[in-house]
Ligand binder design. Structure first.
Ligand code: UT7
Length: 333
């Protein structure tokens, strides 16, 4: 069977207009700018308007317009939308289908939501690559878009300081003959035994939300931060090694590492375990906090538009999240 190369054709982002700073949080819970910066590296995050216009598919719509412009393509070339999110617009229909209509796509492209938490974008990218490589599709729109502000208990200082809202997308497609851009190696995995480290059991089919849950405020996301921290550093380093080994490449050949932005200390520790120089690691957590599936594509787009990542550079995407899910992508941009 013929194998095609996959190229990132265009990227885009949308960040909600409202900025919530650590100083703002000091007025909401017992915390301090100093504690948040020292323990997480986060200075501010973005929060979607609850009144509309910035819901996950709205953000994805704006980000996709940028990506289409960068790639000089029209929406109807998209064969599949892979929408990574744990905060979809609604339960039914899926966000990918809602976005298809918003984008004016009339080609009946396949639409799939991916609930792989913070690994959602990397899961989508690797799956899109598999389908492009085999010729099943030519072009995919891969998205990480989250409105976590809806799922955070704003009275719980252990959670609310960490998360933010935002969206990043990538248009990926078949690389022309002779093009050096390619996805070089992929890895995806999960370990369900760590499900209680980060969960939100109330509100699903097993336990629908009742008035009691609302009063007790037990329906929000819950995380064992220390446990997640330990597994995250180990797992992120392991995922990076898998794709490098698979591609028979060394870390010295990597120009940029884009790790999931959950905590600056996790990023730094992972970098140390791998032995990658700090100036090769893309970090923007100070501006946006943890936007789950959106952190990797937002960081990627910013690094491209700021002129850091250039065509031909080797980039390693590395993600980890609730599930526990994890994955990595090694690509030549
Ligand atoms: O996207 C993937 C999922 N996310 C992650 O993987 C995140 C992983 N975990 C983390 O980023 C860190 O564990 C946290 C930032 C969540 C917590 O940092 P930590 O250094 O592990 O702090 P801790 O939970 O051990 O708490 C230390 C102290 C506690 O006080 P005591 O018991 O020592 O008196 C907490 O009550 O800090 C207290 N604390 C706070 N103090 C001020 C917890 N949250 C806050 C806060 N402000 N916001």
């Amino acid at each position: 069977m013929r194998h095609y190369q996959t190229k990132i054709l265009g990227t885009g982002i949308y960040l909600p207009k409202r900025i919530l700073t650590n100083t703002d949080l000091e007025k909401m819970v017992e915390t301090s700018d100093q504690w948040i910066v020292e323990r997480t590296g986060i200075k501010e995050r973005r929060i979607c308007s609850p009144d509309g216009g910035e819901f996950p598919t709205d953000m994805a719509y704006h980000a996709t317009q940028q990506a289409l412009k960068m790639a000089n393509l029209s929406p109807n070339v998209i064969d599949m939308i892979l929408f990574g999110s744990v905060t979809p617009d609604m339960k039914l229909p899926n966000s990918a289908s809602i976005l298809q209509t918003k984008l004016g796509i009339t080609n009946k492209c396949a639409c799939l939501d991916l609930a792989a938490a913070c690994s959602g974008f990397v899961y989508g990218l690797n799956m899109a690559h598999a389908m492009i490589q085999t010729g099943m599709i030519k072009t995919a729109l891969v998205i990480g878009s989250e409105m976590l502000s809806r799922e955070v208990n704003w009275k719980d200082r252990s959670i609310c300081i960490l998360f933010g809202d935002g969206c990043g997308v990538a248009l990926v497609g078949r690389a022309p003959e002779g093009d050096s851009s390619a996805i070089l190696s992929t890895y995806l995995g999960a370990d369900g035994t760590g499900k209680e480290f980060f969960d939100q059991p109330i509100g699903g089919a097993v336990t629908p939300i009742t008035a009691k849950h609302l009063v007790e405020e037990s329906h929000y996301m819950k995380m064992k931060g220390g446990e997640m921290f330990k597994v995250a550093t180990r797992t992120l380093a392991q995922c990076a090694k898998y794709v490098l080994d698979d591609a028979k490449m060394s870390l010295e050949q990597v120009d940029w590492l884009i790790p999931h932005q959950a905590n600056l200390r996790i990023i730094e520790t992972t970098g140390k375990i791998l032995g990658i120089p700090e100036n090769k690691v893309i970090i923007n957590i100070q501006k946006y906090g943890n936007t789950s599936a959106a952190t990797v594509p937002i960081a990627f787009h910013e690094a491209v538009t700021e002129g850091k990542i250039k065509r031909g550079d080797v980039v390693l995407l590395d993600a980890f999240g609730a599930g526990l899910t994890f994955g990595s992508t090694l690509l030549r941009y």
